[in-house]
Write a protein that binds this ligand. Structure first.
Ligand SMILES: Nc1ncnc2c1ncn2[C@@H]1O[C@H](COP(=O)(O)OP(=O)(O)O)[C@@H](O)[C@H]1O
Ligand SMILES: [Mg+2]
Length: 217
């Protein structure tokens, strides 16, 4: 599969539990040494990632504080797992989630911060804030079974949403720029993860690979 991701892009990875979302998210994140992870399930440190924030609460204020710090750091890819819990369709986005999603392609007006991307991982895409979905450059769809999610996805991928019910583990449809391709199989390279062992140096804005491409998984 072919998917180029820049550090300011917004990506969604959706599907039921156990289908391979977090693994694919970890792979994409490994392409961005300058990254940070919002990890409610505390899954990422075990996978070798060090720039991990495990929230104590599901209080929107805690998420807002996290994202405000991320915005200040700038030039960074964020990964939000269980994204529908902190960016639910039923509520307004917290201010810095809105800022990152709508203005994350730009440097902050102050000149300090901005340029923030987001990989949002969700098992209930129909419950994820629509603003997040509509701003996504790419949506990776693993197996889904809930009728509410399938019906919601029909507005993006049409009848192919029905194929999502029987999608095998570690396979996904890719929806990007109005086109749907796949199923694509996720094959994780053996050396994946090597780049994650370094701690984020928050004083260093000078990262050399703020644009990376994935030609094949
Ligand atoms: N591409 C893959 N190839 C082989 N095993 C995989 C692959 N993706 C995920 N897995 C395994 O499947 C299980 C579930 O994956 P995970 O990424 O945690 O799913 P999810 O986040 O959707 O619940 C894990 O044990 C993981 O190691
Ligand atoms: Mg997961």
């Amino acid at each position: 599969m072919i998917c180029n991701i820049a550090i300011t892009d917004k990506i969604i990875i959706a599907g039921e539990t156990g289908t391979g979302k977090t693994t694919l998210a970890q792979y994409y994140l490994s392409l961005f040494p300058r990254h940070i992870i919002y990890d409610p399930m505390a899954e990422y440190e075990d996978a070798g990632f060090t720039n991990v924030y495990v929230p104590d609460t599901d209080d929107p204020e805690e998420y807002e504080n996290f994202l405000a710090n991320v915005w200040q750091l700038g030039n960074i890819m964020t990964l939000i797992d269980e994204a529908e819990t902190v960016m639910p369709e039923k509520k307004n986005l917290v201010p810095h989630a809105y800022k990152i999603i709508m203005k994350g392609r730009h440097v902050d007006k102050s000149g300090q911060g901005g340029l923030v991307g987001m990989i949002a991982v969700t098992k209930r895409i129909a419950e994820l804030k629509k603003t997040v979905v509509s701003q996504a450059k790419a949506i990776m769809l693993f197996r889904h079974f809930l009728p509410t999610d399938i019906d919601y996805l029909k507005s993006f991928v049409g009848d192919k949403a029905n194929d999502l019910k029987s999608m095998q583990d570690h396979h996904f449809l890719l929806y990007s720029r109005g086109e749907t391709t796949g199923p694509h199989k996720v094959v994780i390279p053996k050396n994946f993860g090597y780049a994650n062992k370094q701690k984020l140096n928050t004083n260093n804005n000078n990262i050399n690979n703020n644009y990376e491409s994935v030609d094949s998984l």
